[in-house]
Design a protein around this ligand. Structure first.
Ligand code: GLU
Length: 417
């Protein structure tokens, strides 16, 4: 990980670029650069051995001009306030780009979830949510999964919130198990959205999807599902990786088999039909047509951007590319689909889940996927049109669209009092 520039520096630099091009009022620019509310908490939990430990966590609520706050909760050892603030800001632009009525938020707990038992994770989640209770809720702020949190975590959140209310409130959180009101298609939604936007990009470039080669960095929920959907579409998955490292086979890997292997051994490495074991950094520079960073921030930097060979980059992760790297990729004519567009399928289906919960309906997978595809294609189109009109790249176009819509909402609401 490149320590030179942190995610918040990246997010603020991106905002500066958009603010200048949009000729935003300086006051509105500052407004957009700061979160509305930040809650920092010390979470006491009892370990299985009886000891008490205190974990640091936070919830950052960026801007809610377009609707209630929305965003995931991340459990990771690198979580800090600057990172979560950047992630909350990206959520704000993301929701505006797909035009769903939410503002951006993000939560995080600094911990190593791999060292916590299920029971410890449950106690942590319940206590953390208890400490956020006055700040979240179906019309205030609706959490969802992010790195190292999943449907089970969301079930504990729903239960904790509901216990305090005294009645069941499924609409307080999204990404829940289907049995508790979760939406069909939510688990793969981010990856499905990434693949829809890659398909749109390949149409623009006159590239065929079938037989093209993809490398996927990260094999968590988003990376694994992206590899799976790519494989099912006839794309050759030549490399995948996780936090321990990656595997490569120019002839293609079967992600289903890699998934089974990871389930047994804890890592993708050591998979039998892989030709080479590679590092996460090496994966990014492989000879491939499509690159999907689906892990953490700051992976594509000025140090390695020049070595990337892919023609399309679909950012499944949040913030994988720095602004300096953006410039290099643009010079190299690589078509980059920015995170705030590419990975917006996740929050879009979260929105569907919330609507289904509020109306006490349950949509079929077909309904969900059709609606998702429509929204993703429209967002891709809106960003492409902005790119052409402003003669810029997809990242800047997405920012212009997202930041512009939020700025307009703030100005239209007016300032109270
Ligand atoms: N954590 C996901 C993201 O970064 C999903 C957020 C949500 O569904 O609210 O987009």
């Amino acid at each position: 990980m490149n320590k030179e520039i942190g995610p918040l520096d990246v997010a603020l630099e991106q905002l500066d670029i958009a603010a200048e091009m949009l000729e935003l009022d300086p006051g509105i620019h500052v407004f957009l650069s700061r979160p509305k509310r930040t809650l920092s908490v010390s979470i006491p939990i009892r370990r299985d051995n009886g000891n008490i430990c205190i974990l640091w966590g936070c919830r950052v609520q960026h801007i809610d001009a377009r609707g209630p706050f929305k965003g995931g909760i991340r459990y990771h050892p690198n979580v800090d306030l600057a990172e979560v603030t950047a992630l909350a800001m990206w959520m704000t632009w993301k929701c505006a780009i797909v035009d769903i009525p939410y503002g951006g938020a993000k939560g995080g707990v600094c911990c190593n979830p791999k060292e916590l038992s299920q029971a410890e994770l449950e106690r942590l989640t319940r206590r953390y949510i208890n400490m956020l209770l006055d700040f979240i809720g179906p019309h205030r702020d609706v959490p969802a999964p992010d790195i190292y949190t999943n449907a089970q975590t969301m079930a504990w959140i729903m239960d904790t919130y509901s216990r305090f209310k005294g009645y069941s409130v499924p609409e307080c959180v999204t990404g829940k198990p289907i049995i508790l009101g979760g939406s069909e298609g939510r688990v793969e939604a981010t990856s499905r959205g990434v693949m829809i936007s890659i398909k749109e990009a390949s149409k623009r470039l006159g590239m065929k999807m079938k037989g093209t080669k993809v490398a996927v960095q990260g094999f968590g929920n988003v990376g694994w599902n992206a590899a799976k959907i790519a494989f099912d579409t006839g794309i050759k998955v030549i490399a995948v990786s996780d936090s321990r490292g990656g595997i490569h086979n120019p002839q293609g890997l079967n992600p289903y088999k890699v998934f089974e292997h990871k389930k047994k051994t804890g890592s993708v490495q050591g998979f039998k039909t892989a030709r080479n074991e590679i590092t996460n950094a090496e994966l990014l520079e492989l000879d491939c047509d499509i690159l999907i960073p689906a892990a953490l921030e700051n992976q594509i930097t000025k140090l390695n951007a020049g070595k990337i060979k892919a023609k399309i980059i679909g950012e499944a992760a949040n913030g994988p590319t720095t602004p300096q790297a953006d410039k290099i990729l643009r010079e190299k004519d690589i078509f980059l689909i920015p995170d705030i567009l590419a990975n917006s399928g996740g929050v879009t289906v979260s929105y569907f889940e919330w609507v289904q919960n509020l109306t006490r309906e349950h949509w079929t997978l077909k309904q969900v996927n059709e609606k998702l595809e429509k929204i993703m294609i429209k967002a891709f189109d809106d960003v492409s049109k902005t790119m052409e009109k402003e003669k810029t790249d997809m990242r800047t176009a997405a920012l212009l669209l997202g930041v512009g819509r939020v700025a307009e909402a703030i100005e239209t609401l007016g300032l109270w009092p």
